[in-house]
Design a protein. Structure first.
Length: 281
């Protein structure tokens, strides 16, 4: 079975407070359980609580798939307790997109004076490997495919498949005038599409303020369009703007459901049982 759980759903910067408590204020982190395999999509601040939860089950073995290396997607790694334990086995997959190596960039955020513990002092068994667009590989019984999307500095999208079920993680991507052909191909027939919906169309255009065109993020309207085009069962609106209140997220969810009924806004703690979703279709 495949189960998806959301541990961090915000973009750009963590945003705790009473006006964001229902949706959650942690940055990007999604757990995908496929049988005995554990896949972690991004390691924003939400990965801290995920690490604590995994440790309650015993020794941790997991693969972390990083979309890119902006801080809101990696800043939880130094606080991921399993990385400090010799019993843990972690594989970190991603790309530095031509700026040094993946290991070098991850080590930099833990270098003095920014952090007191160096990455090479972590006690877990940690394997770091570079990923390339178009690549496919297996993690146990899980098959992973990668595509490059549209974001300043580069970003990777992942398709995770297990026993005929699939989830596509496409955050920090900006839509084009047409449906992105790379994402459409990656998400074709996916059970769940997790998609960047940081802005409303009005915010993206800059109605009454500064345009967000070129900032590397998208809208629920573009998400509904790609979900229809690829035949996804469920669209999960993700990477909420840090200033978006709980009520604001609920309104985006409502509007998205008018365009694609299978829409839901990501909230911390949301669990999606993909097999049950498929049976209900």
């Amino acid at each position: 079975m495949m189960e998806i759980k959301f541990w961090g759903v915000r973009g750009s910067i963590a945003s705790p407070g009473p006006e964001t408590a229902a949706v959650g204020g942690n940055t990007s982190c999604v757990e995908v359980r496929c049988g005995s395999s554990r896949i972690i999509l991004d390691a924003g601040t939400g990965v801290r609580k995920l690490g604590d939860a995994l440790l309650r089950e015993g020794p941790v073995e997991a693969t972390v798939l990083l979309s890119h290396l902006h801080w809101d997607h990696i800043q939880g790694l130094p606080f991921f307790v399993p990385a400090y334990l010799p019993s843990s086995r972690l594989s970190i997959v991603g790309s530095a997109h031509g700026v040094g190596s993946l290991r070098e960039v991850l080590s930099t955020q833990m270098a003095a004076p920014s952090f007191p513990v160096r990455m090479d002092e972590l006690c877990a068994q940690i394997a770091v490997r570079e990923a390339r667009p178009g690549e496919a590989f297996d993690v146990g019984e899980v098959h992973v495919r990668i595509a490059k999307l549209n974001h300043p500095g580069g970003v990777l999208a992942y398709r995770v498949e297990h026993e005929g079920r699939s989830v596509v993680y496409a955050t920090d991507t900006e839509h084009y005038a047409c449906v992105d052909p790379a994402l459409r191909a990656l998400a074709d027939g996916a059970d769940v599409l997790i998609y960047d919906a940081q802005y409303t169309p009005e915010e993206y255009r800059g109605d009454g303020g500064r345009s967000k065109v070129g900032w590397g993020h998208s809208t629920y309207v573009a998400g509904a369009e790609i979900a229809r085009a690829c035949g996804a069962r469920k669209l999960v609106l993700f990477h909420h703007d840090p200033q978006r209140t709980d009520a604001g997220v609920a309104e985006i969810e409502r509007l998205s459901r008018e365009l694609f009924p299978g829409s839901v806004a990501a909230r911390e703690g949301l669990c999606i049982h993909v097999e049950a979703l498929a049976r209900a279709a």
